[in-house]
Design a protein around this ligand. Structure first.
Ligand code: TRP
Length: 461
C-alpha cells in the first residue's frame, strides 16, 4: 500500500499517503465478486425491487454506520484489529469479551475465502473460454450448458480453485500487495468502464425496461424474511465489514482525514458498481427469456450470452473476466490476511510459512464447496433444521458467514462505539458538525443495533 513514514503519537506504524490511497484500498477490498457475482444473483433469487430497496436501506442505516465505527476503532487503536481491541478495552475498562470482534471476523474471513476462491476460479476459467471464442453465436441453452458442464466437473473446478488460491498465497506471502494495489488503481476503473459498456449494450436489448423495472420497482409480496436477512448480510459482505478489514485499514488513516466523508465515498462507489452490474445483467436475462432466479451461475450465463452476440464480444469478454479476476484477488488478499496475522502471532512462523499454512487450509476447505456443486449436491448437512433445509455445504458456508457471523461482529463494533466509548471521544474522532454527528450517534446507538437484532430474531422464529 502506498504509505508515508509519518508516525503519529498514537499509531505505531505507517500511514496512508492520502485520503485517496485509503479510499482506493478500502474500495479494492469492498468491490469484488460480492458486487458483480453475488448481488445480481441474490437479487434475482429474492424477487428484485423490494430486495434492492431493503439492501439500500441496510447499506445506509447499518452498513455505513458500522463502516465508520470500524474505521474509527482501527484509527483509535492504531494496530492490528485484535491488538487494537485489546488496547481499547484496556483504555475503556471494558470486558475483554469485546476482543471477540476480531476472532469472529478471522474465522468468517477464513470460511468466506474457501468458497470465494472457488468462484474466483470460475472467473479465471471464463477468461479462457472468452479467449477461445466459446461463447460466439451460442444461444442461452448452449451457454447454460457450458456453465453446467463446468460445475459438473470437479477436477476442473479444483484446478481453477487451486490456481486462484496459489495466486492469493503468492501475493500475500511475498507482500507484493503494494504492486497489486497500484495496479488496481487502473484496473478497477477499467472494470467499471466495462460494466458501463455492458450496461449500455443492455440498454439496446429488448429487455432493458423489464430489467430496470425488476431492479427498481419494489413488490414486497416477493420478499421473504430470509430475503431481508440476506439483504442485511450482503450489506456487510459487500462493504467488507465484520472482519476487521476496515479496522486494519483505518489504523493507517491520518487523524486529519474525515472518517465520515471517506466512508461515504467507499460506500457509494461500492453501491454504484453493484447497481450498474444489475443494470447490465437483468436486461440480458429478460431479453433471452432466462430465469432471474437461476442462482450463483447468473452472471456466468447472462454476460457470456451478450459477449457471444456483440461485436468485439470475445475481446470485451476476455477483458471483463480478467478484470473480474483482479477485483476478486484484491478482495481475496484482504480475506486471507487475518488468518495469516493470527498464525504468525500464535505460532511464530515466518510470514511465508504462515501464509502457506493458512492458504493450504483454506484451499482444502474449498474442496467441500466444489463437491457440493456436483457429487455432493444432495448432501444437506444441517437439513434437519428448517432454516437450513435444502442447503448444501457451499450454501451453508455462505449463509453462516454473511448472514450470521458478519452481522454479529458488526453489531458488536456498533455497540462498542455507541455504548462503551465516551460520546466526546467519538465526537472528537469524527470531527463532524453537531447535527450530522448526532445523526450518526443516534444511528449507531439505536437504529443499527435494533435493525440487526430485529432481523436476527425474525429469522430465528
Ligand atoms: N467485499 C468483498 C466483495 O464484495 C468480499 C470481501 C473482501 C469481504 N473482504 C471482506 C467480505 C471482508 C467480508 C469481510 O466481494
Amino acid at each position: 500500500m502506498s504509505t508515508t513514514n509519518t508516525t503519529t503519537s498514537r499509531g505505531a506504524h505507517q500511514h496512508w499517503s492520502s485520503r485517496w490511497a485509503f479510499i482506493l484500498a478500502a474500495t479494492g477490498s469492498a468491490v469484488g465478486l460480492g458486487n458483480i457475482w453475488k448481488f445480481p444473483y441474490i437479487t434475482g433469487e429474492n424477487g428484485g425491487g423490494a430486495f434492492v430497496l431493503v439492501y439500500l436501506l441496510c447499506i445506509a442505516a447499518v452498513g455505513l454506520p458500522i463502516l465508520m465505527a470500524e474505521v474509527l476503532l482501527g484509527r483509535k487503536g492504531g494496530r492490528s484489529p485484535i491488538a487494537s481491541m485489546r488496547e481499547l478495552v484496556k483504555q475503556h475498562n471494558a470486558s475483554s469479551g469485546w476482543i471477540s470482534i476480531g476472532a469472529i471476523g478471522t474465522i468468517a474471513a477464513f470460511l468466506i475465502l474457501s468458497f470465494y476462491s472457488v468462484i474466483g476460479g470460475w472467473a479465471i476459467s471464463y477468461v479462457g473460454s472468452s479467449i477461445s471464442g466459446e461463447f460466439v453465436g451460442k444461444d442461452s441453452d448452449a451457454i447454460g450448458g457450458l456453465f453446467g458442464a463446468m460445475l459438473g466437473n470437479p477436477t476442473s473446478l479444483l484446478f481453477w480453485h487451486s490456481v486462484f488460491m496459489i495466486t492469493v498465497i503468492f501475493i500475500v506471502a511475498r507482500g507484493v500487495k503494494a504492486g497489486l494495489e497500484k495496479a488496481v488503481t487502473y484496473l478497477m476503473p477499467a472494470l467499471f468502464v466495462l460494466l458501463v459498456i455492458m450496461m449500455i449494450y443492455a440498454m439496446t436489448t429488448s429487455g432493458f425496461a423489464q430489467g430496470a423495472s425488476f431492479l427498481f420497482t419494489p413488490d414486497f409480496s416477493k420478499l421473504s424474511t430470509e430475503g431481508v436477512l440476506t439483504a442485511l448480510g450482503h450489506a456487510f459482505f459487500t462493504l467488507s465489514l465484520g472482519m476487521g478489514v476496515m479496522m486494519a485499514y483505518g489504523s493507517y488513516l491520518d487523524d486529519n482525514i474525515s472518517i465520515a466523508k471517506t466512508s461515504i465515498t467507499v460506500g457509494l462507489m461500492d453501491t454504484v458498481v453493484a447497481l450498474v452490474a444489475g443494470l447490465a445483467i437483468f436486461p440480458i436475462v429478460f431479453a433471452n427469456g432466462m430465469e432471474p432466479s437461476s442462482g450463483p451461475g447468473l452472471i456466468f450465463v447472462s454476460l457470456p450470452l451478450a459477449f457471444g452476440s456483440m461485436s468485439l464480444g470475445s475481446l470485451i469478454g476476455t477483458l471483463f473476466f480478467t478484470l473480474l479476476v483482479f477485483a476478486a484477488l484484491t478482495s481475496a488478499i484482504s480475506l486471507l490476511e487475518p488468518s495469516v496475522e493470527w498464525l504468525e502471532e500464535r505460532s511464530g512462523f515466518t510470514r511465508i510459512t504462515a501464509t502457506i499454512f493458512a492458504g493450504a487450509a483454506v484451499w482444502a476447505l474449498g474442496i467441500l464447496s466444489i463437491l457440493s456443486l456436483n457429487l455432493w449436491s444432495d448432501v444437506h448437512p444441517l437439513g434437519m433444521f428448517a432454516a437450513f433445509e435444502g442447503k448444501t455445504i457451499f450454501d451453508l458456508l455462505d449463509y453462516l458467514t454473511a448472514n450470521i457471523m458478519l452481522p454479529l461482529a458488526g453489531l458488536l463494533a456498533a455497540l462498542y462505539v455507541g455504548w462503551i466509548m465516551k460520546k466526546e471521544d467519538v465526537a472528537a474522532e469524527l470531527a463532524m458538525d453537531s447535527t450530522r454527528f448526532n445523526l450518526f450517534w443516534n444511528t449507531v446507538r439505536y437504529i443499527t443495533p435494533v435493525a440487526v437484532i430485529i432481523v436476527f430474531i425474525y429469522n430465528l422464529l
